[in-house]
Design a binder for this molecule. Structure first.
Ligand SMILES: [Zn+2]
Length: 165
């Protein structure tokens, strides 16, 4: 008789490049002063490259392992929902630390439950469509567009601004 637990699948390992980066960052005499790997928007292109495939496998694992109800499923278009991407990355990296002891593992599960609540609040009605592969654009896009484009973060100080000298 096979052990029924043999059907339980292991959590996907982060990409080797990312594991090396984490090790370098946490080394005592670290010279690496880069962003934490869960800060997706801050990652240099080299580190960002392997992340979507890994986070996809994390989402697949979370869905297959925990999602019993349709509203618990992370939609396959999560990459188009920037906020979801940040949350999924944080949850994925936090799991590794949380599993160091059972109490923090319990807390991780509670955080996962909160993540589901926030995900459904953010997705709203669009979640039903997104979950079946019909991504709907952000309902707040018109209100966000009213902000216009951001001014350049670092204006060229040598540029003539037309102001008083
Ligand atoms: Zn979507």
């Amino acid at each position: 008789m096979t052990n029924p637990l043999s059907l339980f699948k292991p959590f996907p390992e982060p990409p080797a490049l990312i594991l090396d980066y984490i090790a370098e960052r946490s080394a005592e005499e670290s010279v690496v002063d880069g962003p934490p790997p869960w800060d997706l928007g801050a990652l240099p292109a080299e580190l960002a490259k392997p992340m979507p495939a890994w986070l996809n496998s994390v989402c697949r694992w979370l869905n297959q392992t925990y999602a019993w109800q349709p509203q618990d499923v992370i939609p396959p278009c999560w990459e188009k929902h920037e906020g979801l991407g940040y949350e999924i990355a944080a949850l994925a990296f936090a799991r590794g630390d949380a599993y160091a002891d059972p109490g923090s593992t319990v807390v991780w599960h509670e955080q996962y439950d909160r993540f589901l609540t926030r995900m459904n609040k953010a997705l709203g009605k669009a979640g039903d469509e997104c979950r079946v592969g019909r991504h709907e654009d952000c309902p707040a896009r018109f209100q966000i567009a009213a902000w216009g484009e951001a001014p350049a973060a670092n204006p060229d100080p040598t540029a003539n601004t037309g102001g008083p000298e």
